[in-house]
Write a protein that binds this ligand. Structure first.
Ligand code: SAH
Ligand code: F3S
Length: 456
């Protein structure tokens, strides 16, 4: 069967550029890693395709933060392996956190179909790995620790979907060791990217027309702590704001206790810093926060939020929360609902606790049954929906400032400083890439519908 397919659909590999299909799972760090992988592959002459069936290389950038993404990756591998029936020389690659966690075991589970495997530490080794795979050898390089030359990967440009805003990874890894989290195992200890490298990348991006930059790190507010001579994160914010052409700055993910007074002050002083912040709280119960190894209390978390609102009264907050962490009682859960009531998040990412192999919480004896998690999750979502509906109304009649990034069917679409989608009926494509004041006529939970004010 294979032979027949080979004959009938054989592709002339010599005379056409190779095509790659990339599928990215998980967080924004993975999205940015994939953008860099695309930069490397473009350098090697690859073209991008959105149809895996015509690919010479299928690459999955994976996530393992909860069990669900693990299952998704395995299901996709099951489907994508059929590419080898269409094109026998096609290669399958897997990178990212699941590759890091499982290594060769993942290849075994997938039936030995993986040709290339690497982690987020060694993206820049992809050219050598591809060469090896194209010689017909398995190219698996899962490093235990990030190599010394890790930051060299930033010498490759990124290929981004949008020309007007860009992710910029400023640190990697996490030192926090939350007891539920696999990230420190898959992404390693905290390493901050040198300031010069960050500034240079931003300057290049601004030259290309980027207006908004989005700083990324697992624990972005801890940037600079691991340098021989530590530099505060707030210093980096001021330095970035000084770069000509940077019109908006965002950063993700902040950790509550690293959001120190100097960072809050900088957020108030730097006009380009967006009116939005993602600040996970995970639980409202101090007992559970302690068991999670989170280094703050509910009261301290709320205090940070009140301080932020003093310097940025319109700030739109978002957060992550975990429901059903081992030992969570009804009372603990009510504390979580209380934080939600008080903090008034515009967006909340809620997750049922998912035990991760090798993490301390997975071994805790008092796991919460799934039906209890589900029931609590329903109540949490109900409350959050009510809050979001109330909050949306605050935009009606107000002026917001979207950076227009897309035009579709007679509408300009962009994100406001508060990270809300804004839509304006207009054919004025010359406004793409510009931050423009818009009066909101109608606000839904996720989209603000508006019109230009008369001067525009
Ligand atoms: N600081 C990181 C957090 C990564 S994990 C960042 O870059 O965003 C993202 C979110 O997943 C966490 O904030 C947490 O709410 C959730 N999470 C992590 N491990 C989890 C687990 N084992 N079960 C359920 N949710 C989890
Ligand atoms: Fe995970 Fe906690 Fe770090 S959630 S990424 S160990 S701050």
């Amino acid at each position: 069967m294979e032979k027949v397919l080979q004959k009938t659909t054989k592709v002339d590999n010599k005379n056409r550029p190779k095509k790659v299909f990339i599928k990215t799972f998980g967080c924004q760090m993975n999205v940015n890693d994939s953008e860099r992988i695309k930069g490397i592959l473009k350098n090697l002459g690859y073209q991008f395709t959105s149809d895996w069936k015509e690919a010479d290389l299928i690459l999955l950038n994976t996530c393992t933060v909860r069990e669900k993404p693990d299952r998704k990756v395995l299901a996709h591998l099951g489907e994508y392996k059929k590419v080898k029936e269409i094109n026998p020389t096609a290669k399958i690659g897997v990178c990212g956190c699941l590759a890091q966690r499982m290594g060769e075991e993942l290849d075994k589970r997938a039936g030995g179909i993986i040709d290339i495997m690497f982690s987020s530490y060694n993206i820049h080794h992809l050219p050598q790995l591809l060469e090896k795979a194209n010689r017909g050898e398995k190219a698996i390089e899962i490093l235990e620790e990030p190599p010394k030359d890790e930051w060299e990967m930033f010498e490759y440009p990124t290929i981004r979907e949008n020309p007007y805003w860009a992710f910029i990874t400023i640190m990697k890894g996490c030192d926090k060791d939350c007891t539920y989290c696999i990230v420190p195992q898959t992404r390693g200890r905290e390493r901050s990217r040198p300031i010069r490298s960050i500034i240079n990348e931003i300057k290049e991006l601004v030259k290309e027309g980027v207006k908004e930059i989005h700083l990324l790190g697992q624990n972005v507010t801890a940037w600079g702590k691991d340098f021989e001579e530590p530099i505060p994160f707030s210093y980096l914010l001021y330095k970035i704001a000084e770069i000509d052409g940077v019109e908006r700055i965002r950063f993700t993910t902040g950790y509550p206790s690293d959001l120190t007074d100097d960072v809050i002050k900088a957020m108030g002083e730097i006009p380009q810093i967006a009116d939005a912040l993602h600040l996970p709280f995970q639980s409202g119960s101090n007992r559970i926060l302690k068991r999670m190894h989170r280094y703050y209390t509910k009261e301290e978390y709320l205090e940070k939020i009140y301080k932020l609102r003093e310097v940025k009264p319109n700030i739109a907050l978002s957060a992550d929360v975990i429901v059903g962490f081992p030992g969570e009682t009804e009372e603990d859960f009510l504390e979580t609902l209380d934080v939600i009531e008080k903090a008034k998040f515009e967006q909340l990412f809620s997750f049922k606790y998912s035990p991760r192999p090798g993490t301390p919480a997975a071994e805790y004896p008092d796991q919460v049954p799934d039906d209890v998690k589900t029931e609590r999750m329903h109540r949490l979502l109900e409350l959050q929906k009510k809050i979001m509906n109330q909050l949306a109304k605050r935009y009606e009649g107000k002026i917001v400032y979207p950076l227009f990034e897309r035009y579709s069917e007679g509408k300009l679409i962009g994100r406001s400083s508060e990270n809300k989608w804004v839509e304006v009926k207009s054919d004025r494509k010359e406004l793409l890439g510009k931050i423009v004041p818009v009066k909101v006529n109608k606000a839904s939970v996720y989209v603000l519908y508006g019109e230009f004010i008369s001067q525009i």
